[in-house]
Design a protein around this ligand. Structure first.
Ligand SMILES: [Ca+2]
Ligand SMILES: [Ca+2]
Ligand SMILES: [Ca+2]
Ligand SMILES: [Ca+2]
Length: 222
């Protein structure tokens, strides 16, 4: 269901509860905010702004329909709060440094690849492909906490529908999947000469055009 807020912005009315402050987050807020500060009743509406920016994306719906919640676009848990995934943490950090502008924070990180997925696809490519900008397959995700601490090698949410990453690489010259195009990819290309193994331009074999494409893509994939 869509409705307009008091500022005239179109908003979506979700049938599931919005991301809320969890018990852990409440405890954290209580611990760090002086008693004279008014109580925090809800997190800023990151999810609403995200859905307004990307209304056609199924990234959030694939979490809802898989048994989780849209909050898990950014958060590990279905109700929001800490920990965040790599994408959510990137938005969170940008929000902190830009003075609290949610939309600007989301837009500032959409061209990055915080989940470091093997396809090297940016968050906006993932959002448009209905995959998860903050999650990649296997125990290869990082949880971020308020104090800056992390937990590595975490699994993605269970039962998310759809793919976590795009099916096609956004950086085909990155043959070894380390997020950059460099000498190791060049050596891999040489080793696969005349076979499909180093095919960068998609013609089914590895040759001079792939070598030139690799040179043209030299450097970071994002
Ligand atoms: Ca990505
Ligand atoms: Ca992903
Ligand atoms: Ca590489
Ligand atoms: Ca080729």
């Amino acid at each position: 269901m869509r409705f307009q807020d008091r500022l005239g912005h179109n908003r979506s009315m979700k049938t599931k509860p919005a991301c809320i402050v969890t018990g852990a987050a409440v405890a954290w807020v209580a611990a760090v905010i002086p008693a004279t500060t008014p109580p925090v009743s809800a997190m800023p509406p990151f999810l609403n702004e995200w859905q307004d920016l990307y209304p056609a994306s199924l990234t959030d719906d694939n979490l809802d329909n898989g048994g989780g919640s849209s909050c898990q676009v950014c958060h590990a848990g279905p109700f929001g709060g800490p920990p965040w995934n790599d994408y959510g943490w990137s938005v969170h950090e940008e929000f902190d440094v830009n003075g609290g502008d949610i939309v600007a924070a989301i837009l500032a990180v959409q061209d990055l690849n915080p989940d470091n997925d093997p396809t090297a696809c940016s968050s906006i490519v993932e959002i448009n492909a209905d995959t998860q900008p903050g999650w990649t397959d296997g125990p290869n995700n990082t949880f971020h906490f308020h104090d800056g601490s992390i937990q590595e090698n975490q699994p993605p949410p269970a039962d998310v529908l759809g793919d976590l990453n795009p099916s096609t690489s956004c950086c085909p010259a990155d043959l070894d999947g380390d997020g950059t195009v460099g000498i190791t990819d060049f050596l891999a290309l040489l080793g696969a000469w005349g076979t499909p193994g180093g095919d960068v331009d998609g013609d089914g074999t590895t040759g001079i055009t792939d070598f030139l494409a690799l040179l043209g893509a030299w450097g970071s994939c994002s």
